[in-house]
Design a protein around this ligand. Structure first.
Ligand code: AMP
Ligand code: MG
Length: 405
């Protein structure tokens, strides 16, 4: 058996980051920028009002309440080509440009509109004395002209999509979103409703792994089910490797007579077969088929999920351009409400636990039931995996690291 860290380093040492390409902003969410983005203009681009109210000269409001003449109305989107002179004000709406001559805005709540009589202009009563600059958003206050708004290596989040739009960056240079093929293997697998014949089970891994792939921000490609026949397995892997940036398979990597995945991948690829000192998810294979990374995950449903979290996802994140300190899984400190330990077997155990925050806000975890690597229902009742190293059990009240699911 090898330590988990060694398996992870092996994977990461052979993964190459996908090349940069130009992508439209509406396809950029979750991608990693390959180049910094600069703003070609200040934001805001012009002085504008943060409030609905009146633009005026602050000096005119000394000795408030004062009455001012209203010379017009400026809405958001207007070019604001009004001029406010001494003793005057312009009605103004949030986001509208500050007119020439004005140096402050009074919010509408501090004014009273005095309707003009026949032949008279509108007037407004300003009830408070206003400081120069009041409620004015200045040009460049958010982003300066020429400023770098996002660095290379930044992950595009929803807010950053908006920021890119704000600076007019409608395409960006970003690393590719990995296209990840997912293949199930096994003669026992069915993928139809209705009764199963004895010996059959439904394929769950492909559905789970495709879901994990898309939840992680990658593009999943369904490669179907390959029966336990070398030719079919070989064909499925070759097709997947040709079409995708990476392939995940489950099953066929243990010691059984029909575990042909191992045999086939050794023929068509350069694989390393590993027994990792963890439970679940001990068997794992990684290698290249025609240059495409292939992750051979174990067949048991819980094992395949754990293997994905610990090994495949970090590898795929590296491929997508995430930094080495941002590959996950993230460990969170919790306190154990349970005895979490095991008879020494040389392995780190990933114990399925329920997690809750107590009144002090401390994350507390306790075993969440069935720990069998085939028990998917029990896995879905777990909120986290507690990391329990061999020979380092956690007692009740002890700190324990967990991976939140
Ligand atoms: P294997 O590594 O192929 O021997 O599979 C180990 C266990 O996982 C067996 O009980 C398989 O039936 C089960 N298994 C393999 N692939 C899947 C799958 N796609 N969905 C559900 N169970 C699976
Ligand atoms: Mg099998």
């Amino acid at each position: 058996m090898i330590p988990l860290q060694e398996a992870r380093e092996h994977v990461l040492s052979r993964i190459e980051t996908l090349p940069a390409r130009r992508v439209r902003l509406d396809e950029a969410l979750g991608l990693v920028l390959a180049e910094p983005v600069f703003s070609a203009e200040p934001i805001p681009g012009f002085a504008n009002t943060a409030m609905d109210g009146y633009a005026l000269r602050a000096a005119d409001t000394r000795g408030a309440p004062v009455e001012l003449e209203v010379v017009g109305t400026i809405g958001a989107g207007d070019d604001g080509s009004l001029c406010v002179g001494q003793g005057q004000a312009a009605r103004i709406m949030t986001g509208a440009p500050i007119p020439d001559g004005a140096d402050a805005v009074v919010k509408v709540e501090l004014t009273r509109r005095l309707d003009g009589q026949d032949g008279q202009d509108d007037r407004v009563l300003v009830e408070a004395s206003i400081k120069a600059g009041n409620h004015i958003r200045h040009p460049g206050e958010d982003v300066a002209d020429g400023e770098q708004v996002l660095a290379e290596g930044t992950v595009v989040t929803p807010g950053r999509v908006g920021l890119l739009a704000a600076v007019g960056a409608y395409t960006v240079s970003a690393h590719g979103r990995p296209r990840v093929g997912v293949l199930s293997t096994g003669d026992e697998l069915a993928d139809t409703p209705g009764p199963l014949r004895r010996g059959q089970i439904r394929d769950t891994n492909r559905r789970t792994l495709l879901s994990l792939v898309s939840e992680a921000g990658f593009e999943g490609v369904d490669l179907g089910i390959a029966p336990d026949r070398p030719d079919d397995i070989s064909e499925a892997f070759l097709a997947g490797a040709a079409d995708c940036d990476a392939v995940l398979s489950s099953g066929g990597v243990s010691m059984g007579d029909f575990d042909y995945v191992k045999v086939v991948l050794d023929e068509i690829g350069e694989m390393r077969w590993m027994q990792i000192a963890i439970k679940p998810a001990k068997p794992f294979a990684f290698g290249l088929v025609g240059g495409t990374p292939v992750f051979g995950l174990p067949g048991n449903p819980v094992s395949s999920m754990v293997s994905f979290e610990l090994l495949a996802k970090p590898g795929l994140r590296a491929m997508a351009g995430h930094g080495s300190d941002d590959l996950g899984p993230e460990l969170v400190r919790a306190v154990s409400d349970d005895k979490l330990g095991h008879r020494s077997d040389g392995k780190t155990h990933f114990v399925r636990v329920g997690a809750r925050r107590d009144e002090q806000g401390v994350l507390r975890v306790a075993r969440s039931g069935g720990q069998g690597s085939h028990q998917l229902a029990a896995m879905t009742r777990a909120d986290a995996l507690a990391v329990v190293p061999d020979g380092a059990p956690a007692g009740v009240g002890d700190p324990v690291d967990v991976i939140v699911l």
